[in-house]
Ligand binder design. Structure first.
Ligand code: HGY
Ligand code: MN
Ligand code: MN
Ligand code: MN
Length: 411
């Protein structure tokens, strides 16, 4: 019997349609959490969920759920699929959206095939996975998993000074359902790999067995504004120079560590930000990651020690705000094995791997058995408009998700 397959045209068409929603005047895809662009993307998703005949539930942090249940199975814990549809700035069209739209596609395919699951199957689009406008990232799934109170999350101030709760109200996605209302039986997230391991090794499917730890900090260095022309070098309290020292410290340390540790300074601003004024203030972010929780703590401590020395040597003051901190996660072995088995049955090469990126699965794994399926990213590029995965790989990944969920929802 040929295995059931998803409707490739419908999935790929929706991915492309959603990928056009939220483009700015320069044509860049920017659907930051709780923005007008996010509302437009959410509206399109809710319309597709409704058209599929699923129940739509929006919780207080704006997580959107499409739920397929019937009288016979409604009391059972659902098998949950999902990811996110918010994006970074100048994003690709697959990150997050692929997992949400594939989850919906899988449910529609099973429904149309007359499949009668013993438990409901639901798909979630979690709010603010990217964390670009409001930190921490993976916020909606973190609240759903009980790792952050919904009131605290709603009070978050964004990089643009807005308040998340007010923005969710404004875009019409401040739901009434209490977060965590849905306790999943299991959670499976399909996602592009966002790195180049699968492509380099010619493997179609990644069975993701763990996900690295993440530490986000915002650092503010206060020096002294002074005249760029008259102030001797030895008499400067240059916040900009101190910030540059931190960037170099982090890069050299991660580059020379014989470990997979990665360090990134993604945002930086100077004040007063004038060509002929020594910066009085530098504000920047640090993103540290490591698959080993202990090593991540060692890196955080090494940075803290370095900042102390730097403050003394440069005569500046340094303040640190912690924005996010997530331990590494090991996913559910049984679901990982289901993913491997499903790939092999479809004649696809599959590889167990670690995720370098953060995902909603990292949060949902706190409350349910969870795992992830990766498909290749061409050139390993992501968080970039050149992000690309061939259609055949996108369809294959969605069919693996179909097989895994059909088995999970039959239990
Ligand atoms: O940063 C991350 O890894 C995630 O995409 N928010
Ligand atoms: Mn993502
Ligand atoms: Mn992302
Ligand atoms: Mn992510």
């Amino acid at each position: 019997m040929t295995p059931l397959s998803i409707n490739a045209e419908r999935l790929l068409g929706r991915l492309r349609d959603l990928g056009q929603i939220g483009r700015d005047d320069d044509g860049r895809l920017v659907r930051l959490a709780a923005s007008d662009a996010d509302r437009a993307g959410r509206d399109a998703l809710v319309a597709w969920i409704r058209a599929a005949g699923l129940e739509v539930v929006v919780d207080r942090i704006g997580n959107i759920f499409g739920i397929w249940s019937n009288d016979a199975n409604a009391e059972q814990a659902p098998a949950l699929l999902g990811s996110h549809i918010d994006t970074v700035i100048d994003a690709g069209i697959y990150d997050g959206c692929y997992g949400v739209l594939s989850g919906l596609e899988v449910i529609e395919t099973l429904k149309a095939a007359g499949y009668a699951p013993t438990r409901p199957i639901a798909v979630a689009a979690f709010t603010n996975e990217e964390g670009v406008r409001y930190a921490p990232d993976m916020m909606g799934s973190l609240v759903h998993a009980g790792g952050l109170s919904v009131d605290e999350a709603l009070a978050t101030i964004g990089t643009d000074g807005t308040v998340l709760g007010a923005e969710l109200e404004r875009i019409g996605y401040a739901g009434t359902e209490e977060p965590g209302f849905l306790r999943p039986y299991a959670y499976v997230e399909l996602h592009i790999e966002q790195a180049s391991v699968l492509e380099r090794e010619g493997v179609s499917v990644g069975a993701v067995e763990n996900l690295q730890g993440i530490s986000w900090q915002r650092i503010t260095i206060e020096g002294e504004a002074n005249h760029a022309g008259t102030t001797p070098m030895a008499m400067r309290r240059d916040a900009g120079h101190a910030a540059a020292c931190v960037v170099t410290f982090l890069r050299d340390r991660a580059l020379n560590a014989n470990s997979p540790t990665v360090a990134t300074v993604g945002c930086m601003s100077f004040e007063p930000n004038a060509i002929n004024v020594i910066p009085s203030r530098a504000i920047f972010t640090v993103d540290l990651r490591d698959p080993d929780g202990e090593r991540l703590r060692t890196e955080e401590a090494a940075l803290a020690d370095y900042l102390k020395e730097l403050a003394a040597s440069e005569e500046v003051t340094i303040a640190v705000d912690r924005l996010a901190r997530f331990e590494p996660v090991t996913f559910d072995r049984n679901i990982v094995a289901l993913i491997e088995g499903a790939a092999r049955e479809r004649g696809l090469a599959v590889k167990r791997m670690t995720s370098g990126a953060g995902h909603d699965a990292q949060m949902i794994a706190r409350i349910a058995p969870a795992a992830m399926i990766f498909v290749p990213s061409i050139g390993g590029i992501s968080h970039n408009p050149r992000e690309h995965t061939p259609d055949a790989d996108l369809v294959a990944g969605a069919n693996i998700l179909l097989d895994v969920v059909a088995r999970l929802a039959a239990r």
